[in-house]
Design a protein around this ligand. Structure first.
Ligand code: FES
Length: 123
């Protein structure tokens, strides 16, 4: 019984290579559709130097994708993640909304690491 639960746990958490670090502009962002276990998750990867932050591309306000243009998730100064639907701003490091209709809520963040120059996300 314990081993079955462990097996399910292993299946529920899987690492995926998103891209190479240099595939993301610095600073900048890229969008991905990642299919895992028969479901597709819309993701956005935000790069700041050697760090990459990965969030679900779903705004907590109306659950819409944040971007109108492919890969464009940042404001003009590249200091915040921008939801273009109703101009909400989110902190890059933790996804907290600091301005807009969903202020105080957060984007869904995935664990992401840069390993051997590859961006790895855990779903
Ligand atoms: S859907 Fe993002 S601010 Fe409204």
């Amino acid at each position: 019984m314990g081993s079955a639960a462990s097996s399910r746990d292993r299946e529920a958490v899987t690492e995926h290579r998103l891209c190479a670090l240099e595939d993301i502009p610095n600073p900048g962002s890229v969008g991905f559709d990642l299919t895992c276990d028969d479901r597709t998750v819309r993701l956005m990867a935000i790069r700041q130097g050697g760090a990459v932050y990965v969030y679900e591309n779903s705004c907590p306000h109306r659950r819409l994708p944040l971007n109108f243009k492919p890969g464009q998730f940042l404001d003009a100064e590249k200091k915040y993640i921008l939801c273009t639907n109703h101009i909400a701003l989110f902190q890059i490091k933790d996804g907290l909304c600091v301005d807009g209709p969903c202020k105080g809520t957060s984007l869904y963040k995935f664990t992401a690491n840069v390993r051997d120059n590859d961006v790895i996300v855990t779903l």
